[in-house]
Write a protein that binds this ligand. Structure first.
Ligand code: SF4
Length: 184
C-alpha cells in the first residue's frame, strides 16, 4: 500500500476533532500521487459527506467544467480540502478544526510534491497563506519558500453568483498555462 492510501485510511478513521461526531464519512483527498497540481478547497459538503469523495456535488461539477475548459484532465489532478469532514450545515470550519486537520494536508503536500498548489477560496487562502479578500487577489501566482501557489475563487461561489463561472474558468486556464511553463 502506498503513502497516499495509508493517509487516506488514517483520515477515514480519524477522530481528532469534533467534526468526526457529526460527519457521515470523512473525505480524504483524491487523485494521483504524481499530480503536478493540488486543488485545496474548504471542507466537504453534503454530497461529499455522503459519498466520502471530494468535490462530487454541485461545486464539484462546476470545478470539473472549469478544469475541462482549461484543458486539465480531472483524473490527473489531486483534489482535497483544508478539513476532511463536513462541518454541520456547511458552516466555516473553526480554527481548532483547521489546526486538528492541518497535518493531513501537510502530508498530502509532502507525498505529492506538487508544482503548484491551487487555493480555492478564502478558507484555503487564509489557512495556507494567511490571506484574505480572495476576489481581489485571485488569478495570482505566489511563491512562498520553494512552493508556488495559484489563487482563485471557490467553485461554490459560482452557485451564488453565476457570473463568476467564467472567472473561475479563465483562472484555471491561466493555471494550466503556468503548469506548462518552466516554473519549478
Ligand atoms: S476534520 Fe480532520 S481532524 Fe477532524 S475528525 Fe475529520 S479528519 Fe480528523
Amino acid at each position: 500500500m502506498n503513502d497516499l492510501s495509508n493517509l487516506s485510511l488514517e483520515v477515514t478513521a480519524c477522530h481528532k476533532c469534533n467534526l468526526s461526531s457529526t460527519r457521515k464519512k470523512a473525505v480524504p483527498g483524491m487523485g494521483p500521487f504524481d499530480s503536478e497540481v493540488i486543488f485545496v478547497g474548504e471542507a466537504p459538503g453534503r454530497t461529499e459527506d455522503e459519498e466520502g469523495k471530494p468535490f462530487v456535488g454541485t461545486a464539484g461539477k462546476i470545478l470539473s467544467e472549469a478544469l475541462e475548459f482549461a484543458g486539465l484532465d480531472r483524473s490527473s489532478v489531486y483534489i482535497t480540502n483544508v478539513v476532511k469532514c463536513r462541518p454541520p450545515n456547511n458552516r466555516r470550519p473553526s480554527k481548532e478544526e483547521k489546526e486538528s486537520c492541518s497535518n493531513y494536508l501537510k502530508k498530502e503536500f509532502e507525498i505529492i510534491k506538487p508544482k503548484i498548489i491551487c487555493i480555492l477560496g478564502n478558507t484555503a487562502y487564509g489557512s495556507l497563506l494567511d490571506g484574505n479578500e480572495i476576489t481581489k487577489n485571485r488569478g495570482k501566482m505566489i511563491k512562498r519558500g520553494d512552493q508556488w501557489y495559484f489563487i482563485t475563487i471557490h467553485p461554490a461561489a459560482v452557485i451564488y453568483n453565476p457570473e463568476l463561472k467564467q472567472v473561475l474558468k479563465d483562472d484555471l486556464k491561466v493555471l494550466a498555462q503556468k503548469l506548462e511553463s518552466k516554473i519549478s
